[in-house]
Design a protein around this ligand. Sequence first.
Ligand code: G3I
Length: 396
Amino acid sequence: MDMRRRSLFAAAGAASAAAVLGGAATANASTLSAAQPAGPAGLVNPNAPLRDLAAAIGLRIGSAIIPQDINTPSFAAIAGTQLDVYTPGNEMKWQVVEPTQGVFDWSGADNLVAFAKQNDALVRGHTLCWHNQLPTWLTTGVSNGTINKTQLLDLLQQHIFTEVGRYKGKIWQWDVCNEFLTDSNPSQVNPNDFWIANAGPEVISLAFQWAHEADPHALLFYNDYNIGGEDGSNAKHNAAFALVQGLLNDGIPVHGVGNQGHLDTQFGWSPQRLRQDLQHFASLGLKVALTEVDVRTFVDGPTTQVPTNSLAQFAHPFEFTEMLKSVLQVPEAISFTMWGFTDADSWIPGFFKGEGYGTPWDVNQNPKQAFFSLQSELVLAAKGAPRRVHTRMPRP
Ligand code: G3I
């Protein structure tokens, strides 16, 4: 039944949301004409941008934003109209903001924050404590012994105070700690992770405490991949649950878990498990978010990114909307962020040989079926999904 409705979406395409809704059992077609704006009665305009549709239930829709997205007017127009939460793809990472010790470059991060303000969007800060994209001066210092454990912790504290302090009041959610778990079964905090190996396991608690001290208003997240139904065993989810539960038991200020959501059509994945995993995190009193959503598949080449398997045209929008539907069913899920919104500048072809097509907008920045499917789900959701409750927002 559900699949039938989805293939109808595929055939009907862009202008079809209202028509499709007219055929859905729960929707009242007479309330969903394109002429009707969102209003107090909860009516929605089916042609509205994603951000406006999601606003009806207090959900934010976002993307990683890289400088090209801000500097290219046609890209900026999509981000500005469709999305209302932005994550810097790289511009807040330590390697970028302090390439030489004591020499800072905030230009990319400042631009992102200004772009968000200009578009009345929020910002997800990404990321304070991660093994990757660290400055060479730091990793070299650790490996040659000129930076010892105490100094490393001091440097991290300074980094967090400086960066979180600089953007105090301007960041909605911070990815404080990123990707600390092993991909094994059972999974655990990786003893070989740069931070765990060199600064000790207490680094995770300390990073959250320092971030909270620097901006008590920001929502602080643990962020990772394969913790929402991707790995079959759910081993990594269980390790993430144990990690954040332990932090909460110790009184550490952790407020949310980010499930990245990088999917590939060649692998299995369970939408039901994603919903259950999000609910499981939420049962701890935490917010949850999808933070880096994309769905990659094999393509003819990086420039055109036409899927080589015809089933991908169904799998791609299906997996996007299943992720969104899981979010919609969990009131503690406050944002749905994609890792890039257009195939034109996606990270995927550069990282996964032969793959691409990962986002809802194609290489020419035209919306794909995934966009219209997301739009349709949001039109439906506005009629029934639970409203999100926001405990903290950046101060104006
Ligand atoms: O900026 C330099 C440029 O000066 C240089 O000429 C060029 C040569 O390769 O590299 C440029 O840096 C690249 C950087 O992206 C900016 O484009 C790095 O090589 C490249 O490794 C880096 O990749 C980023 C990747 O994280 C690093 O692991 C991707 O853009 C970024 O999208 C990706 O994001 C991560 C999240 O932070 C965490 N979760 C997974 C996600 C995808 O890998």
